[in-house]
Structure formats: structure tokens, C-alpha cells
Design a protein around this ligand. Structure first.
Ligand SMILES: [Zn+2]
Length: 123
């Protein structure tokens, strides 16, 4: 699906994550215990503690019963989610909206109060 995003949006997302997410610091969270909490303790982009945010989203990659670490799982606060949404082109927002409508059966209004203006976060 990401291939359907506009070049402008792909570049904006890459720049955001490269500039704002400290990948080397996140890699230091790797441990044999594979605890999830340290990875989502703070917003990955602005470092605000998750328990001090008004809203947040958590993303991860899961294969079967296994979490795939580094740089996920990660947390993004609502403010950073809004910032990401503002970087996306109308074409990309349309692709994302179509993807959500096609693949997720949500009750009407479920996303009404999200800071991302009705869209689930794009992590
Ligand atoms: Zn943040």
C-alpha cells in the first residue's frame, strides 16, 4: 500500500522518521527479555512520556505469536500524529482512507475524537 502514497508523502514520512525518531537509541532497548513497555514508554518522535499524553497510538509488527523488534513497537503521541497527518498529500490521505474503509469494519463515529481528524494514525 505504501507504494500508492505520493512521492511527496513518502519523502515527508521518511524525513519525519529519520529526523525525529532516534533509531540508534531505540536499538539499545533490545534485550533478551523482549519487554514491550520500554519501547512504548515515550513518544518515539518527541519523547513525551506516554502517560502524560492526551492521546497516543501504538504500532508494531507481529508475525504469528512473535513481536518483531527495532524500531517497533513504538508509540506516537496525538500531537505527533497530527503533525504526520499534516505532511501527507491529499492523494495519500485518500489512499489511506480507502484502505481503512476496505479493511476495517468500525462502528460509525469510532474515530470522531481522534486528534488526526477522524483518521487512524499512520505509523
Ligand atoms: Zn510526540
Amino acid at each position: 500500500m505504501a507504494q500508492e502514497f505520493s512521492d511527496e508523502s513518502q519523502q515527508a514520512l521518511a524525513t519525519f522518521f529519520t529526523e525525529r525518531v532516534q533509531l540508534d537509541e531505540r536499538s539499545q532497548l533490545l534485550s533478551p527479555s523482549n519487554l514491550i513497555e520500554p519501547w512504548i514508554r515515550h513518544c518515539a518522535a518527541c519523547d513525551i512520556p506516554r502517560n502524560e499524553t492526551k492521546s497516543y497510538s501504538v504500532g508494531g509488527i507481529i508475525l504469528g505469536d512473535n513481536m518483531i523488534y527495532d524500531p517497533y513497537p513504538l508509540c506516537l503521541c496525538g500531537d505527533c500524529e497530527e503533525e504526520i497527518q499534516s505532511l501527507l498529500s491529499q492523494q495519500t490521505l485518500g489512499v489511506w482512507d480507502d484502505f481503512i474503509q476496505t479493511n476495517f469494519d468500525c462502528p460509525p463515529g469510532q474515530y470522531r475524537d481522534l486528534p488526526t481528524k477522524g483518521r487512524p494514525a499512520l505509523l
